[in-house]
Design a protein around this ligand. Structure first.
Ligand SMILES: Cc1cc2nc3c(=O)[nH]c(=O)nc-3n(C[C@H](O)[C@H](O)[C@H](O)COP(=O)(O)O)c2cc1C
Length: 528
């Protein structure tokens, strides 16, 4: 299959629209692709002399790069027109090229058979029956209703509706690295569209996904307005760090509001500017004077904050390297993506993990076998069997698979007459080892579970989050590795049936410590 891409963006390779086109091509997975960046070529405007019709039929008098593209155009199976929307139409360089197609058609008037009225011309060459794809981004929040002129023009020269369209609003966001999580989601859909197109047509489901907004209208417009670096009131230039702060404020997702107003104070240490962002239930507001009492204060060089937003370094990594300081409530830093994720429509949130699923079968055998080995073991097997049903709602972790196997195995051995005292002690040791070992792996056990409360899986990329969890996982591991020692002795006494209850007190205290440590430790590191 021969594919021709005509990139009509004056930005050439740096075009937002071309990013979509590249994803579409990746989805098509075809090798024979030729791309022409009109901005880098000499494509002059048509002189209207009609020489290509009367003096030199089929040949234009202008000698430039157009003829090469035209020769490819008549051979292409698929032509992808990639361009930005300019004044509700195509950019001038693309219009020039479109006009220069004149040598490809014959001058004679023909009836238009596609219901478009006004007459038409037949092709001069035996064209391949090309399929046309229009891929375009525009600057407004939505593509809807912006493309009437474009659709009408292509209807006329490709045939009515004889083109597949991918039009996307908020196009400039494709060039903003800190929003790439969201824009990449959209590019994935475009990729899927490419795969479907090459096998027939883009499905209705994908078409619907392609219509979705990158960000809700109000957030996008606030962000776009702030991005120009000029005051809305009088059009004068404003301080760079203020414009930056305004863009950050625009990204505030008011759905993350938990009933508590927060004031985030940002002090840019290198430019000596301080601004506050007031985060309330109905949106955010930037405060430049008459400051309020802050909830959280960040002291940072502006350059560091810019690097973070440009994706050159993650916020967590910069914090652990002490490139900025945080004082006050640290909560907002941990839930940063929830607060400043922009409430993007269509955002795919991870399924949550649930620590109770991991603990449940173990607690059943610890308590159950200590009271009655037969019934306790039977309960252990049932508890392990219930877990796969929990995975229908919650994300499974490797530790739950291990637990299902371990608890079922221990319960079976116990049912077959294994020594309950030994089995319970062994089960604590097994459980403790599972925790302790992961404290030395890339992702410690508690991080899998607490990430659900801290913005999902990408919390695992935050080194401070992982470090906090590493310490906690090690503490829990040590606790459960020591537990078999006193458990063994307790089970040899007349109050052995109380072992399970007794062994719940220490984890309870450890639980209280965990809740405190999760807040205290990151705040301590951030304040250093
Ligand atoms: C001269 C000019 C005219 C534009 N006209 C429109 C327009 O009519 N409607 C719109 O939504 N965006 C308009 N835009 C915004 C672009 O379509 C938008 O920035 C697009 O994402 C750029 O895509 P590109 O990076 O592929 O060139 C215009 C931009 C320029 C520079």
């Amino acid at each position: 299959m021969k594919i021709l891409v005509i990139n009509g963006s004056p930005k050439g390779e740096y075009s937002n629209s071309l990013k979509l086109t590249k994803s579409f091509l990746a989805g098509m997975n075809e090798e024979n692709v030729t791309t022409y960046h009109l901005a880098q070529l000499d494509v002059q405007s048509c002189r209207g002399c009609f020489s290509c019709w009367k003096n030199t039929p089929g040949k234009c008098v202008i000698s430039d790069d157009t003829s090469i593209i035209l020769s490819e155009l008549i051979m292409a199976d698929v032509v992808i027109w990639s361009f930005p929307l300019y004044y509700f139409s195509v950019p001038g360089i693309l219009k020039n090229f479109i006009d220069r197609q004149l040598p490809l058609i014959l001058p004679f008037m023909e009836e238009q058979s596609n219901g478009k009225g006004s007459g038409s011309h037949f092709s001069r060459y035996e064209h391949r029956k090309s399929r046309h794809v229009l891929i375009s981004t525009c600057g407004f929040y939505s593509a809807a209703d912006n493309y009437d002129a474009v659709i009408s023009m292509f209807d006329h020269f490709c045939g009515n509706g004889n083109h597949t369209d991918i039009f996307c609003g908020q196009g400039e966001l494709f060039g903003v690295p800190q929003l790439s999580k969201r824009t990449n989601e959209y590019l994935e859909i475009v990729n899927r569209a490419g795969a479907e197109f090459v096998n027939g047509a883009i499905s209705d489901a994908t078409q619907t996904d392609l219509q979705q907004l990158l960000y809700p209208k109000d957030i996008f417009e606030k962000m776009a307005d702030a991005s120009w670096g000029i005051a809305k009131e009088d059009g004068t230039k404003i301080d760079k760090s203020l414009s930056f702060t305004q863009q950050m404020a625009a990204l505030y997702n008011k759905n993350s509001y938990d009933g508590k107003d927060r004031v985030l104070e940002i002090c840019y240490t290198d430019t000596d500017k301080t601004y506050q962002i007031w985060l309330a239930g109905d949106g955010s507001r930037v405060i430049t004077e008459n400051f309020k009492e802050y909830t959280t204060r960040i002291e940072t060089p502006f350059t560091v904050w810019q690097d973070i937003s440009a994706g050159k370094i993650t916020g967590g990594a910069a914090l652990i390297q002490h490139k900025y300081r945080v004082s006050g409530d640290f909560d907002i830093m941990i839930k940063w993506d929830d607060f400043f994720g922009g409430g993007a429509s269509g955002e795919v949130f991870d399924r949550k993990t649930n620590m109770r699923i991991l603990l449940m079968p173990w607690i059943v055998i610890w308590v159950g076998i200590a009271i009655n080995p037969v019934w306790g073991s039977a309960a252990g097997i049932i508890a392990a069997a219930v877990i796969p049903f929990c995975w229908l709602q919650y994300e499974a972790t490797i530790f739950e698979y291990i637990s299902v196997l371990a608890v079922s195995g221990i319960s079976l051995v116990s049912l077959l007459g294994g020594d309950p005292r030994l089995l319970i002690a062994l089960s604590y040791a097994l459980f403790g080892s599972m925790w302790f070992i992961t404290a030395f792996l890339k992702t410690p056990l508690t991080a899998y579970y607490s990430s659900s409360n801290y913005g999902g899986k990408h919390a695992l990329d935050n080194p401070l989050f992982v470090q906090t969890n590493r310490i906690l996982t090690a503490c829990w591991g040590v606790l459960y590795l020591l537990t078999p020692i006193w458990t063994w002795f307790l089970l040899g006494t007349s109050i052995s049936y109380l072992t399970g209850a007794f062994n719940s007190i220490l984890p309870l205290l450890m639980g209280i410590f965990t809740v405190w440590f999760q807040k205290w430790y990151p705040a301590k590191v951030a304040g250093e």
